[in-house]
Design a protein around this ligand. Structure first.
Ligand code: SF4
Length: 330
């Protein structure tokens, strides 16, 4: 094999997966300390990798053809974190000599190293899925996984600007989830939990989410007596990271912001329903994961076909008590 002096890591497409890929990105750096390492990422997650010190540069992924054109002749090796055929095809079309990733989605012929997904990663955090792939292609992953994220100063300033000049501590509520309504805890309970926590902590509440989640955020704000800062659809990724970095506490569903906050070291109370808590739990030590052990979970469905008991059986008091216990620990 030729010397690897320039290496590109194709990043996962979703924010939560991107956060959980950070240990693998650092593993690649440790294996190739003198190489130039770039990350190819979809535009909505690309800024995240720009904040990681181990990464030399970030390129935006647009399409198979555009990616192949921009990568041609620029790299000796490509590491594919997504499982998709398209991610391997772009590296193959770019003529990158070494192409490494799991042999998924019928792409084995496009890879120069393509191990199968080992059974040992089932039921473990996505962090170990990515690291198992690196181990399978022959890289050393023996050091402890480092999932941390540092908020750059200018992002923290942008977050502070979004929250405003008030000096009170902030609690974040993240009531949405892109995957579907089944992942959402009950909106009225978000409002009640936010109200109780804000009162006991003398804190203000910020409601986070995307533009599509704004009606949901507004309904929660309307159900609260204290005014809440509505940020749904108003933050870029750097601003969102900046806001999260300034929170005293985040109450959230299983979502990308949950992973970002946990990686930043912000205390997180995460309410889980239909998704697999073993694979997508937040990383780090400052979080509490709440779930109800119903027989049908994890169903991985977008919409609940029955009565949404995995979420409706989680009470406001339980969330508030966990949040207080977590903050007492901190
Ligand atoms: S089927 Fe069960 S686990 Fe799935 S969303 Fe409904 S209550 Fe939750």
């Amino acid at each position: 094999m030729r010397a690897i002096e320039r290496i590109v890591v194709r990043a996962p497409n979703w924010l939560g997966d991107a956060v959980l890929s950070l240990p693998a990105v650092r593993d690649v750096r440790r294996n190739f300390p003198g190489a130039r390492m770039e990350v190819l990422a979809r535009p909505w997650v690309a800024p995240l990798y720009g904040s990681v010190g181990e990464v030399d540069a970030v390129r935006e992924s647009r399409s198979v053809r555009a990616d192949a054109d921009t990568l041609r002749g620029a790299f000796d090796a490509a590491v594919l974190l997504p499982n998709s055929f398209a991610s391997a095809l772009s590296m193959w079309r770019a003529g990158i000599p070494e192409r490494w990733g799991f042999a998924t989605d019928l792409r084995r012929p496009l890879l120069t190293r393509g191990p199968r997904v080992p059974a040992s990663v089932r039921g473990r955090s996505q962090v170990y899925y990515y690291r198992a792939m690196l181990e399978g292609v022959g890289l050393d992953v023996s050091t402890e996984a480092d999932p941390s994220l540092r908020c750059p100063d200018d992002w923290a300033a942008q977050g502070a600007s979004r929250l405003g000049a008030e000096r009170a501590p902030w609690i974040g509520l993240n009531p949405g989830a892109f995957f579907g309504s089944a992942k959402r805890w009950v909106p009225e309970r978000y409002a009640a939990a936010g109200e109780l926590l804000a009162r006991s902590m003398a804190a203000r509440v910020a409601i986070l989410g995307g533009a599509d989640e704004r009606p949901l955020g507004e309904a929660i704000a309307a159900a609260m007596r204290a005014p809440a800062r509505m940020l749904c659809g108003e933050t870029t990724l750097p601003e969102l990271v900046g806001v999260l970095s300034r929170l005293r506490l985040l109450v959230t569903n299983d979502s990308g912001p949950m992973h970002v906050a946990a990686a930043l070291g912000v205390p997180v109370v995460a309410v889980f329903g239909p998704t697999d808590w073993r694979e997508t739990a937040p990383v780090g030590r400052r979080h509490r994961l709440l779930r109800e052990p119903v027989h049908c979970a994890p169903c991985m469905l977008r919409e609940c076909p029955i009565d949404h008991r995995c979420m409706t059986r989680i009470s406001v008091d339980r969330v508030v008590d966990e949040a207080r216990a977590l903050l007492d620990e901190a």
